[in-house]
Each structure stands twice: as C-alpha cells, then as structure tokens.
Design a protein around this ligand. Structure first.
Ligand SMILES: Nc1nc2c(ncn2[C@@H]2O[C@H](COP(=O)(O)OP(=O)(O)OP(=O)(O)O)[C@@H](O)[C@H]2O)c(=O)[nH]1
Ligand SMILES: [Mg+2]
Length: 328
C-alpha cells in the first residue's frame, strides 16, 4: 500500500492578444501614421504552496486549467489588457512533474513557495511597431503567441501525524499492523523495516491519523550508525512521537534515554515533542512480572501486546487525545 496522493492535470496559459492595425485619424490631419497597439500578454498559470490544504482532492474533480487570454491591442497605440494569472493552490509538500520530460518542475516544500507552471503567450505587435523609414504605413500586425500548455503530475507525500520510534526488533511494525491496514514486514531480527511505512489509523467519529513505522534506532544513529539516521528526518515532521520499548528490555529507562538522546543529537529539542511511551509484548511476561515492572515506571506509560491486541484500544484513544490537544 502506498500512501501518496497523486493526480494528473493539464494547464494552459493564456494566449497573447493580437496586435492591432490602425491609423491615426484626426480632423484636419489628413495622413495620420500607424497607431495600432500591441496585444496584451496571456495570463500565466502559477502554483502556490498553501499551508491550509492537506490533500490534492480538489484536483481530482477538475483536471484542466486555462488562464485568461490577453486582449488585442487597439488604435491610438493602446496596448491590450494582460490576461489574469491563474493561481493553483497546492498543499505544502506537493511535487510537480512534467509528464513529457519526467523532470521535476517544482518541489513546493515550504509555505508560500511559488512557481510558474505555464507561461502566458506574448502579445503581438501592433502595426505602429513596424513603422520604419522605408515603410511608413505598415498594414500588418502580429498575432499573439499561444500560451504554454503542459501536462503535469502532482504528487503529495503524506506527512505522518504519529511516528513510532524504538530500538530494532522492539515491535514497532507489529503495532502498525495491529492498528492500521498497513502490512509492514515483521520478523524476529533487527532491521526488518528498511524504509518507513505509513498506515492510516481509524480514530473515532470518522477521524483518522497517519502513523509512520520508522526503521529501528540504535545508539549512534545520529552519526549514521544503523538505518535510523536517514529516517530521522521523517520523525522531524511528525507531531507526536511514540517511543516503543519491549517489556523484556533489561533497562527500560536507559533505553528511553538512548532513544531521546539520538533524536536530540540529530535535531536538538526533538525529543521534547509531545510523546507517549508504549511498553509492548506484555503477553510474554506473567501478570505479576508486569505489575512489578510497571510499578517502577512512570504512571503515564501504556502497556500493550500488539500480537494479542491487549491495550491497543487504549493506546489509540490516548493517541487521539494527544493529537486533539495538539490541533486545538
Ligand atoms: N509475543 C509478542 N511478540 C511480538 C509483539 N510485537 C512484536 N513481536 C515480535 O517481535 C519481533 C519484532 O517485531 P517487529 O514488529 O518486526 O519489530 P520492529 O520494531 O518493527 O523491528 P525493526 O523493523 O527491525 O526495527 C517479531 O518476531 C514479532 O512477532 C507482541 O506484542 N507480542
Ligand atoms: Mg519493523
């Protein structure tokens, strides 16, 4: 399952207005010279990154965009009005690619980023422009140029709301599989997950959030050890961090410290984001061991078994509560 939003559109800029053929007429001035004005420029099509948008949904319903044409020139050297620019508002994170050349036109990676997707056609010159010593009365004018037309694909990478952070083999992928329809690879060895996997988690009342399963982090990840390093930037973009720790871990507090330390070495303050600690695989210990372990840990930790689906509902409710608080 690939969680990208993808649409194809066709954009056509406005045509340039035609130049005008006209001659100056005035009472008592028998032979006025040529005074046909130039046509106006066609409107451009411009992409603008808008932080208020989160999907490309609008572009699914309408795929053709045409900007306004330039107006023709007129007598008395009047230039035609330029066509209005058409602005396409796209969510931040959209990558625009030219379908013909396969080249990236623009990566709208930050709020307010802008790029011309199709250039408006130039207006044609009016006959006044062609006046020369050898041709005092040009009777021709130029046509406006057609606006540029392009077929483009728009791709939006979904940003995750929640990121699962933990040591290799901690059980992160199993959690994602338990709470979403995503099917990441799960196996009993470290570094099973090689690249982030996203899943959509259903919350209450038709709401949902995107959860990212991120490859395991180890001490030294920020310096490039293990696989985690290159994926820390994904964590940087999630609003809520979930620290996943195996209940069989010999030193849970120390593991949490290592994880937070790695995040902060990559991006100071990253570990201070809203977070939740989840202790998993509780089906592998006895009830009395679970009690003994949890007694020594902070009260707000959540204990689950992703395999036995114990505590997962409570976990999702807590995620929802924290996301709601963040959005408010
Ligand atoms: N008994 C039990 N086993 C679990 C549980 N969660 C995960 N496991 C097992 O632990 C092993 C590792 O699980 P993964 O989900 O692949 O771990 P991960 O954190 O994604 O590992 P990496 O991708 O390598 O970082 C697998 O053999 C899982 O079956 C659980 O709740 N209970
Ligand atoms: Mg995994």
């Amino acid at each position: 399952m690939k969680f990208v939003d993808y649409v194809e559109i066709e954009v056509t800029a406005g045509n340039g207005g035609h130049g005008c053929v006209a001659f100056h007429t005035e009472k008592y001035v028998p032979k006025g010279g040529p005074d046909g004005g130039d046509g106006g420029r066609g409107g451009d099509i411009v992409a603008v990154a808008d932080p208020n948008l989160t999907t490309l949904l609008d572009y699914r319903y309408r795929s053709r965009y045409k900007a306004q044409n330039g107006q023709p020139g007129s007598g008395n050297l009047k230039t035609g009005k330029s066509g209005e620019v058409t602005r396409l508002r796209l969510p931040v994170g959209t990558i625009v690619t030219d379908q013909q050349t396969n080249q990236i036109v623009v990566d709208l990676d930050r709020e307010g980023a802008e790029c011309i997707l199709a250039k408006g056609g130039r207006g044609g010159h009016g006959n006044a422009w062609f006046k020369s010593p050898t041709n005092q009365t040009p009777r021709t004018a130029q046509d406006g140029r057609p606006g540029e037309s392009r077929k483009l694909s728009l791709e939006l990478k979904l940003l995750a709301d929640v990121g699962l952070v933990g040591l290799p083999n901690a059980g992160k992928s199993t959690i994602l599989a338990a709470v979403s329809a995503a099917r990441p690879k799960i196996a009993d060895y470290p570094f099973t997950t090689l690249s982030p996997v996203l899943g959509i988690v259903r919350l209450r009342e038709f709401k949902s959030c995107v959860m990212a399963d991120i490859p395991g982090l180890i001490e030294g990840a920020a310096e490039g050890r293990g696989l985690g390093h290159q994926f820390l930037k994904h964590i940087q973009r999630t609003g809520l961090l979930v620290y996943v720790i195996d209940i069989n871990d010999t030193d849970i507090k120390e593991t949490l410290r290592v994880l937070k330390d790695e995040l902060d070495r990559f991006d100071p303050g990253l570990s201070g984001r809203p977070s939740q600690v989840v202790i998993t695989k509780i089906d592998t210990v006895s009830e009395s061991d679970l009690k003994a372990i949890s007694k020594k840990l902070p009260d707000d930790y959540i204990y689950i078994s992703a395999v036995a689906r114990m505590g997962t509902d409570k976990f999702i409710l807590e995620i929802e509560r924290k996301l709601d608080r963040q959005r408010a």
